[in-house]
Design a protein. Structure first.
Length: 237
């Protein structure tokens, strides 16, 4: 029961803060123009939200589907084929994956090159994690673009399907295997640490104790998804 109570409280806080953001949007119009500070506030909130929903959820689903490779070629190909043939798959890829991902990536680059640490408000560890968040974000723009080029783009120009053999051929190169290991770990870290930032940004974890508990939770997310991702990668080797 306590688990459901916690989830209800977190859900209520998130909903309340979403309403606050919408109210802020309604109040930041003056003479038909949005004030720059309010516009940036809304853009950062949207950036934070999209990093969890849908991008973080897609990352989790993507890793789980890839984990079917640990059960053999046929198991992975069946899971991959199912995902590739979902109803309205092109619509889903464009509006649920690519457009949110592009906004999150490009605005994230802007944040990465303009934001500064805040040692007076957060601990040394939190500032180091913030720096790591920026570096992994920049790296992930390159990694994701290359991954899409090697898989989805190849299918678009004539490859049969992004199946087990395609990934096995890619990871047969030791350099590419190392590149994918770093890429998956960077993506998982960026997502897990992004959860912590999301909870703070949206006012869900306001107290020091709540933020400390969120750190433990996000560490668990990082460990679990890293294990899933690494097992999936080495299943192709």
């Amino acid at each position: 029961m306590s688990y459901y109570c916690i989830m209800m409280v977190c859900g209520f806080r998130c909903f309340r803060n979403i309403l606050s953001a919408l109210d802020a949007a309604n109040q930041c119009f003056e003479g038909g123009k949005i004030l720059d500070n309010n516009r940036e506030f809304l853009m950062r909130r949207l950036h934070s939200l999209l990093g969890i929903i849908p991008i973080g959820l897609f990352l989790t689903q993507h890793l789980i589907v890839n984990h079917f490779a640990t059960q053999g070629v046929e198991s992975f190909n069946t899971a991959s084929h199912f995902m590739a043939n979902l109803p309205f798959v092109i619509f889903l890829e464009i509006f649920v994956i690519y457009l949110p991902l592009m906004y999150h990536a490009f605005y994230g680059l802007y944040i990465a090159f303009t934001s500064k640490n805040n040692p007076g408000h957060y601990s040394y560890l939190r500032n180091m994690l913030f720096v790591a968040q920026r570096y992994t974000g920049v790296f992930l723009v390159v990694f994701i673009a290359w991954h899409v080029f090697e898989t989805r783009f190849q299918v678009a120009i004539g490859a049969d399907e992004a199946d087990f053999n395609m990934m096995a051929n890619i990871l047969d190169n030791p350099f590419m295997l190392a590149f994918y290991i770093v890429g998956v770990l960077a993506a998982v870290f960026h997502f897990a640490n992004g959860i912590w930032s999301f909870l703070v940004t949206w006012g869900i974890t306001q107290s020091e104790a709540a933020q400390k508990n969120a750190t433990y939770f996000t560490l668990l997310v990082f460990i679990v998804l890293s294990i899933i991702g690494m097992r999936a990668l080495f299943a192709f080797v």
